[in-house]
Design a binder for this molecule. Sequence first.
Ligand SMILES: Nc1c(NC[C@H](O)[C@H](O)[C@H](O)CO)[nH]c(=O)[nH]c1=O
Ligand SMILES: CC(=O)[C@@H](O)COP(=O)(O)O
Length: 140
Amino acid sequence: MAHFLIVEARFYAHLNDMLIEGARAALEEVGHSAEVISVPGALEVPGTIALAAESGRFDGFVAIGVVIRGETYHFEIVAGESARAIMALTLDGVAVGNGILTVENEAQALVRADPAQKNKGGEAAEAAMRLLKVRETFGG
Ligand SMILES: Nc1c(NC[C@H](O)[C@H](O)[C@H](O)CO)[nH]c(=O)[nH]c1=O
Ligand SMILES: CC(=O)[C@@H](O)COP(=O)(O)O
């Protein structure tokens, strides 16, 4: 069974807790194990995954966080750059599922974070597990 690292940007704690619950449940349902590390914001998530991947301790990763649009261009930077860097890790063969929500308001985030509704944490964990299988299929 595989060992995953859930890397969470602890910017909106109550929403993250739901996303992590969904991710953990999806991983543990099939017998995988997971640990969680917290970083301040979404911009810190990809670098943390890159360092953890180098350690060789983890088979896959789930990126968790919530980015809610504010008044300035900062939203585009945080949402776009975190996704871009996570995609770069994926292209390097790291099995990462992106569960960082990028939303207009908290109501949108709640529906997506709730494991009983859109369950985006669980969805990201499923993506990470699938990428791990793909890597096992093709090597790397
Ligand atoms: N505004 C949000 C942030 N911003 C913080 C950055 O991610 C970063 O921690 C800071 O710029 C220091 O490098 N992060 C989120 O996860 N969500 C937001 O809505
Ligand atoms: C990610 C954001 O846009 C937000 O948290 C920052 O808000 P603001 O643009 O109002 O500073």
